[in-house]
Design a protein around this ligand. Structure first.
Ligand code: BGC
Length: 439
């Protein structure tokens, strides 16, 4: 019976308040361990930068390599939060570049930069949205790939050096990379340029991650001279959090992935994976003869064929006969679909997305509790990414989770969509670095 299946599925995917509390305490423990340099699934990487003052000025280039796109921008900062994009080019990263050699990947990036560059010397911020262990504001080593990237010869290398070398190969000598940035950090910094309450940055897109402002004194693992200032942004790399209860579908997805055993939270939340979880559940329903004909298993059989965007469309389907859902199912060759079958598909999508939003909300709550245990102050959480922006109920569900955890005080936490922060933030951090050099 589909109803029994659904009951089991709900048991696996619905998070009760007690489950959220458990996530919060495990996440808090892992954060503390990561900051102390003890074993932890959270890397807690110091970003060598704090939120800006807002008076940073100048023209800068931003290079933004995410999971899906490469963007190159020229940005003018005029102080007091004023930002102008002078130029912007966006390129979809062809799948082949995720598996080429380091020279080919960085050569591709350098070529795209060349197309936008003028002859004047200019400084740039490089947003590289992968787990990089930073060693300075403009250097850091890739710990491991995520989001199905596996280009060879990059893990263990300084990614700024790789980009600089590729720029020289292109004959570009007038561009200096002065800041290396994670996209979460760029997003927080971008919002922080005009909003003094900003202290958390989150990406909920192809991949997922968060960063926050930490007291320098609490970054216990820090060695060497402490930089000036009382706080520093820490890149949590929350996608790798592994203290979550997983379902059989998560295990299946993980086994088939490029990085099995890693990025467990990301595989339950990231847009790269949400559709795949839905697909695996639909295949199971087909195999058990609870939805479409067995032969349709083959239609759902192509890995990653069920895009997370379909989930958004299905969940937004308010038509009386679920015609939009049925239309999507037609892409999979399902020509005859009853109302109850479409409703079941919709329910599966809802459960998978709600779990992702509840996990994200709980982890955000753990971060806020770390910064401000009694929730006395206002906090702006800068968020970007396709899942947060495009999914019809994700942000609402996340807010609901915060309300369950914090009650009325949840109002103090403002979640703000901060579009393009990863690019603009890189330019702002390059400006912060330029200002520090002049001192
Ligand atoms: C990476 C993070 C990044 C996140 C969002 C994850 O796969 O490990 O560094 O911030 O994706 O792009």
């Amino acid at each position: 019976m589909p109803s029994q299946f659904l009951k089991n599925l709900k048991e696996q995917f619905e998070l009760k308040p007690a489950d959220c509390r458990e996530i919060i305490s495990a996440f808090s423990r892992e954060m503390a361990n990561g900051l102390a340099g003890r074993k932890s699934s959270l890397k807690m990487i110091p970003a060598y930068v704090d939120v800006p003052k807002g008076d940073e000025r100048g023209r800068f280039i931003a290079v933004d390599l995410g999971g899906t796109n490469l963007r190159v921008l020229e940005i003018e900062l005029s102080g007091r939060g004023r930002i102008k994009k002078l130029k912007e080019k966006k390129f979809v990263i062809d799948k082949k570049y995720t598996r080429v050699s380091a020279d080919e990947l960085f050569g591709f990036i350098a070529k795209k930069i060349k197309d936008l560059l003028r002859w004047q010397p200019i400084e740039a911020g490089f947003t590289f949205s992968f787990p990089v262990r930073q060693t300075a504001i403009a250097s850091g080593v890739l710990a491991h790939w995520t989001k199905d990237f596996c280009a060879k010869g990059v893990v263990g290398k300084d990614v700024v050096k790789l980009l600089e070398r590729a720029l020289y190969r292109q004959g570009i000598y007038n561009l200096k990379i002065t800041a290396l940035v994670n996209d979460t950090v760029g997003t927080l910094v971008c919002r922080g340029y005009s909003d003094v309450h900003s202290d958390v940055g989150i990406i909920l897109g192809t991949g997922t991650n968060a960063c926050y402002r930490e007291a320098l004194a609490k970054i216990i693992k820090w060695r060497g001279t402490k930089p000036s200032g009382a706080k520093m942004i820490v890149n949590i790399e929350w996608g790798n959090f592994n203290k979550l209860t997983v379902s059989c579908y998560d295990r299946q997805l993980d086994r088939a992935s490029e990085n099995s055993g890693e990025q467990i939270l990301e595989k339950m939340v990231g847009g790269m994976y949400l559709g795949e979880i839905v697909r695996l559940i639909l295949v199971d329903l087909c195999k058990k003869d609870l939805i479409f004909d067995q032969r349709d298993t083959a239609l759902f059989g192509r890995s990653k064929s069920f895009k997370s965007e379909y989930m958004s469309e299905i969940e937004a389907d308010c038509t009386a006969d679920l015609s939009r859902t049925k239309k999507i199912l037609k892409y999979f060759g399902i020509k005859k679909c009853s109302f109850s079958q479409a409703a079941l598909v919709k329910k599966v999508c809802e459960l998978v997305a709600a779990r992702a939003a509840n996990i994200s909300g709980s982890c955000l709550a753990a971060v806020i509790k770390r910064i401000d245990p009694a929730l006395k102050k206002k906090h702006t959480v800068a968020i970007d990414g396709s899942v947060y922006e495009k999914h019809p109920v994700f942000s609402r569900q996340m807010r609901k989770a915060l309300k369950t955890i914090f009650g009325q005080k949840a109002k103090k936490v403002q979640m703000v969509l901060t579009k393009d922060g990863s690019g603009v933030g890189a330019a702002i951090i390059a400006a912060v670095a330029a200002k520090a050099k002049k001192k």
